[in-house]
Design a protein around this ligand. Sequence first.
Ligand SMILES: NC(=O)c1ccc[n+]([C@@H]2O[C@H](COP(=O)([O-])OP(=O)(O)OC[C@H]3O[C@@H](n4cnc5c(N)ncnc54)[C@H](OP(=O)(O)O)[C@@H]3O)[C@@H](O)[C@H]2O)c1
Length: 251
Amino acid sequence: MIKVGLVGFGKAGQAVAQVLQEDPRYELCWIARRSAASTAPTPPGIDVPLVALATPDDWGQWLDSHPVDALVDFSRPESLHLYGEQLRRRGLMLVSAISAYSDADLDYAHTLAREARVLCSPNITVGINFLILAARLLRKIAPFADVEIVEQHFREKPEVSGTARKIAQTIDVDEDHITSLRLGGIVGHHEVIFGFPYQTVRLIHNSIERRAFGTGAAFALAELARCENGFYTFDDLLMRMVRKELLSKQP
Ligand SMILES: NC(=O)c1ccc[n+]([C@@H]2O[C@H](COP(=O)([O-])OP(=O)(O)OC[C@H]3O[C@@H](n4cnc5c(N)ncnc54)[C@H](OP(=O)(O)O)[C@@H]3O)[C@@H](O)[C@H]2O)c1
């Protein structure tokens, strides 16, 4: 069983903690957050220690007394620099879902990957990553098809979805082809429509709730555990599986 420490216990972290705690492949050992003074209620069923780790020394002492095999990070970009050297020294696996790393943060993560297995993914759901992979393949197969991207989110979301922009960039479609709809409380809907002459293909992903981030982190941990030290994206992990699957079908 892989022993896991979760970093961050906000909206996403709380949902991820529930999933990791229920997954028999993992032992969620503790959860680190920024401040012990945080008063967010602990969701029902979460029964591991919550700790505030504010400095690299705090991290060193905590990991000495509470060792784990892997960190799953749903906190803020700066956390990486607090636990980074401890992660390197101990060769811990890292699944980081932080969406807002700077180039300097990512450079640092790459240096950690010389001594550890490091995954950074600004999109951590299995479904969206699969949709992107499938759209990329179909674009290669049918470069002549018209492509439109539709994204739908809750009324208050002001900006065009970062995921929709990532899809457009990955399949080399201009962002003018993204249509954004803002309706009620939709959590997240992404659709890529391929218009062929005599048929239409629609790739659709709907987010239902934040626990999908936990499912993605759990998938990434399981795959990362099979990898060598190095830096990985979610796409890298999916492609490894696809390659293995295709090769196993060859005569
Ligand atoms: N890749 C994806 O698909 C995906 C999906 C969802 C979220 N995310 C990322 O996950 C992160 C959290 O999102 P959220 O919506 O849950 O935010 P949030 O509600 O603001 O929660 C942030 C959490 O991080 C903790 N934190 C901040 N600095 C820390 C530090 N130095 N050490 C340890 N913990 C620290 C906070 O601690 P306190 O509780 O003490 O304030 C809080 O628990 C963001 O970076 C977001 O980009 C990524």
